[in-house]
Write a protein that binds this ligand. Sequence first.
Ligand code: AP5
Ligand code: MG
Ligand code: ZN
Length: 216
Amino acid sequence: MQSVLILLGPPGAGKGTQAVRLSSALSLPHVSTGDLFRENLKLGTPLGEKARGFMDAGRLVPDELVIDMLFDRVGRADCRGGFLLDGFPRTVAQAAALDARLNGAQVRAINLSVADAAVVERLTGRHTCRACGNVHHERFSPPAKAGVCDRCGGALYQRPDDSRDVVEKRLAVYREQTKPVEAHYRSRGVLSEVDGARKPDDVYTALLRAARGEVR
Ligand code: AP5
Ligand code: MG
Ligand code: ZN
């Protein structure tokens, strides 16, 4: 049976950071819609061009663009046994589309919660690798060599949507459009809650337990 793990939570909750570790521990490919859009942007595809304005403004990319891109990705052979979603679904319409597509898969959603003030601190200090997407933080997880990715040696940059004013906008969009997705999974009895405000290793341990269904 296909096993699908969904990481919910505000921008900056640590979804990407944790997804990398969970993906290898659980042998599920890590599928991040934000990363897929940034990949399209880098390649200069028409999809990337359409997404750019929304992303830079901290708004959501329209559902139909996201859903098509996501379904294309999870339709590939490596996702046959399941996958780990980071940043999708982000609207109730996206969640409903995913339900319709999955029918029969084993789904677990985990809500990673972090307070707004911590989100702002995390995102305005984040440095992302241009080559592999790995993230560092200037204080919480600095790279060994300034400006250079620990994982691949690529150049680090600050995402244009990590400026303070865009982060505030992303938080508002999250509250309005993404928060209701939690109820969608809670009502199906497949939602777990994990406190994302702790140290990365502690968050990871809690996520792994929730993913394995050991705790609610
Ligand atoms: P996306 O790339 O998904 O951004 P996001 O959801 O806002 O999430 P982030 O990547 O900012 O945060 P994260 O939770 O991954 O945190 P991270 O691990 O990096 O989406 C970008 C845009 O694309 C959207 O705004 C939208 O326009 C579009 N888009 C994407 N998906 C879409 C969809 N489904 N529908 C419509 N539009 C969509 O950690 C953050 C920082 O904190 C890092 O510096 C990290 O080192 C640090 N950190 C992590 N954990 C800890 C910890 N425990 N303690 C201290 N620091 C920590
Ligand atoms: Mg991310
Ligand atoms: Zn890298």
